[in-house]
Design a protein around this ligand. Sequence first.
Ligand code: NAD
Ligand code: IPM
Ligand code: MN
Length: 357
Amino acid sequence: MKARIAILPGDGIGPEVTAAAVSVLRDVAARGGHEFSFSEHLIGGCAIDAQGDPLPAETLIVAKQADAVLLGAVGGPRWSDPKAKVRPEQGLLRLRAELGVYANLRPVRVHPRLAELSPLKSDRLGGVDLLFVRELTGGAYFGAKTRTADTATDETRYTTPEVERVCRRAFQLARSRGRRVTSVDKANVLETSRLWRETAQRVAHEFPDVALEHQLVDSMAMLLLTRPAAYDVIVTENLFGDILTDEAAALVGSLGLLPSASLGDGTSGLYEPIHGSAPDIAGRGVANPIGAILSVAMMLRYSLDLPEEAGRVEAAVDRVIDAGVLTRDLGGEAGTREVTAAVLAQLAALAATREAA
Ligand code: NAD
Ligand code: IPM
Ligand code: MN
């Protein structure tokens, strides 16, 4: 198959981890006879430096025309002055909104070998297999903002159609997994959450084969640590989803491991690791590339219709972790390139096994 893939490396470790993920895509293309074409574009702080705009027009046009978009990370201390008028993060938020990618899928699986790295007792981690579906284009991130000298507001706004579509996506995904959805809100306090809960409840009637439960976000934050294996699909609004998924990263051992896919209806999918630009380790070749590599596995599955290839990339990553080729965030000594080379070697080994069969 042919696919046009837009690469937006961004800032900090973004270029290091996207380079790793692109080498995996190239390998998949070469082995399967696929034609993937790649083009690289600016986003975030580097785009502000070059063009004064965190999402240059050219980047947006290419992203919209692409079959899929891979993004590294944006932001960093250089652009973090609270008084700054333009910020790298605005570029990412605008890209998500322009692409209409309202459903952000963040799978969280604990690799048995890494259970000891979690701050939780490893007996709580057996069987953890979560899929967060985070609403990505609404809520406090996109509401009206005001600011005077001593007052600031961020409006949180949700409409029924916005909640319906993301909940529907969560229920559909639950059908291919454990058929359980936990909808997380703060319906005891927030009006937007009451709309959310009512809507989730209504959507549930379309999926009689999927069980729905509601959970308040504060208790969910605790339950994620006390009973993480008890949940399947967790659907929630933008801000709660941002916070809960970084919390979930503590279960798996490192933020550097978690991928994401952001999907809309018939638009280019956006794929990014959930971590940020990690300014503390940028430029040193030590960033964990696995979150980015697993993000391209999601790209293969959701945008390029190559589920077998996606499964192979995931299997290769599992084998690399089994073999103990780990970056420093996981207590290892391997660099970004060594881990990437190990993934490519496992892809080659998997291909050899297939040929032998
Ligand atoms: P961060 O995710 O960049 O880093 C948090 C911690 O995790 C750091 O100690 C970092 O070294 C570590 N870490 C993150 N990714 C890693 C990886 N792949 N390998 C090894 N260690 C890794 O979060 P932060 O420090 O709060 O934010 C830094 C900047 O990144 C901010 O400007 C923020 O806005 C931005 N950010 C961007 C995105 C994105 O582009 N999607 C996501 C989150 C944060
Ligand atoms: C993420 C990040 C972004 C978010 C920031 C950088 C805008 O934290 O992708 O999780 O909050 O969505
Ligand atoms: Mn985040």
